[in-house]
Design a protein around this ligand. Structure first.
Ligand code: NAP
Length: 415
């Protein structure tokens, strides 16, 4: 086993900073480099890494120089979706040529915007012989991991396997402009957040003693809609905030998908996922339910152990200090003491670092990212055709959803 891992980041925005907060609880790691599009973001990332005692990352203006720095052993790609393929190929090519010391790469969800891109990325890391981690934090959430262990150890053992998992992620809308341009990001809330929920539901449902492959997707059914962001007031809000005309190329702000799986014994198992950018509550809400014949499980991140109350006489400036994507500063507010832990980033990063140091493939990797991409493309196809779609990877190999081609008509949800 290697002693320490030198980690470099490509991308220094919202998710990159979440990882820094998480990495405070990860041993044997130094943040050694950062590359971003603009130097100010890289500088603010560097300062945060230093303040947190994670190292003093060198700022690079040229990504290939970062990749050939011998201090860099692993790369975390945390840039917008439209750049994932480009950076994945650059990292893989650098590793293939063996100029630097890179052994592993991780990338934020979704792996890619479509199957064609995901497939190319998987081929690139395979060719380079790189270890790869898919940054799907929800399958590392302590409540999700502990919950899965308990229902399988007791519920499934003494009655029968779980038959239904529900997973939902909802908030009031993304923080950066690029998410609102589906021709760039690849889709709306289905691509942005259902990747999480699909994978979390699958995680609950597969038998840990048999592994992920024991669960086979059979059919996918989806509805997508714009419930909020095409109302005039909100189109104007997006114009003012981001300079985006959402009415010209809209994306779904609501998605609901049912995936029917079959296990190795022929049991039907159902995953039900819901995501929205049109939820106004205290802030981001992740919720999960799992049902089995004699048991059930419930998780809701807006029901934490900590609530604070502020009366109407206190005016607090808008912030995200209580909870991610916070919508209010008054009344009874849930607050998460450590979101990087609750949402799973910390255990995810610890697992990725430990795996790379041991030269082992992480348990969540780009093969999972590829499958999730295939499932999401089936979901878009189902919404487009208004049909339940049999799972057939060949049918989505070259599929680009209408949302990503700016040819989606939100009214098409009607029969
Ligand atoms: N796991 C989660 O729950 C979670 C949460 C949020 C996002 N994500 C994922 O993380 C990825 C990044 O999202 P984010 O929220 O961190 O986005 P963000 O806050 O907009 O930050 C994006 C970062 O990438 C940089 N960037 C933009 N275009 C670039 C380019 N062409 N080349 C290099 N750097 C570029 C930006 O640069 P500058 O600031 O320097 O201009 C910024 O530092 C996405 O794939 C997203 O889906 C995951």
């Amino acid at each position: 086993m290697d002693k320490r891992l030198g980690v470099a980041f490509i991308g220094a925005g919202f998710s990159a900073k979440f990882h820094l907060q998480a990495m405070v609880g990860v041993r044997n790691l130094d943040i050694v480099g950062v590359y971003s599009r603009t130097v100010t973001s890289a500088k603010s990332f560097k300062k945060l890494a230093e303040d947190l005692g994670l190292g003093s990352p060198k700022i690079y203006n040229d990504v290939t120089e970062l990749l050939s720095d011998p201090a860099v052993n692993a790369v975390w790609i945390t840039t917008p979706n439209d750049t994932h393929l480009e950076y994945a190929k650059l990292v893989a090519e650098e590793a293939r040529q063996g100029k630097g010391n890179i052994i592993g790469v991780t990338i934020e969800k979704p792996l890619a915007r479509n199957v064609r891109e995901a497939r190319e990325m998987v081929k690139a890391v395979e060719k380079a012989g790189l270890l790869h981690g898919y940054l799907e934090n929800q399958v590392f959430m302590p409540s999700v991991v502990k919950g899965k262990a308990m229902i399988w150890r007791y519920g499934a053992k003494y009655s029968d396997r779980p038959y239904l998992a529900r997973a939902a992620e909802e908030h009031s809308g993304p923080h950066s402009k690029w998410f609102w341009i589906p021709t760039k990001s690849g889709g709306g809330v289905l691509l942005d957040m259902m990747c999480h929920s699909i994978e979390a539901a699958r995680y609950f449902l597969y038998d840990p003693s048999k592994g992920k492959d024991s669960l086979k997707p059979k059919a996918v059914y989806t509805e997508i809609a714009v419930l909020k962001w095409l109302k005039k007031k909100y189109i104007d809000e997006l114009k003012n905030r981001f300079g985006v005309d959402f009415s010209k190329a809209p994306a779904e702000d609501y998605a609901m998908t049912v995936i029917i799986y079959e296990d190795d014994e022929g049991n039907i198992v159902v995953s039900e996922t819901r995501t929205s950018w049109s939820f106004i509550g205290a802030g981001l809400r992740l919720s999960f339910e799992v049902l089995g014949p004699e048991y059930s499980l419930f998780i809701n991140t807006l029901q934490p152990e900590l609530f604070v109350f502020f009366s109407r006489n206190i005016k607090i400036p808008a912030s995200e200090e209580f909870v991610e994507k916070q919508n209010a500063e008054q009344g009874l507010m849930p607050s998460l003491p450590n979101e990087a832990v609750t949402y799973g980033y910390q255990d995810e990063d610890r697992h990725m670092v430990d795996s790379f140091l041991k030269h082992k493939m992480p348990r969540e990797n780009w093969y999972d990212g590829l499958l999730v991409t295939q499932l999401m493309m089936h979901a878009y196809l189902s919404a487009e055709k208004k049909e339940k779609i049999p799972f057939n990877p060949a049918s989505v190999e070259d599929y680009i959803p209408p949302v990503a081609r700016a040819s989606w008509e939100p009214g098409s949800i009607l029969p």
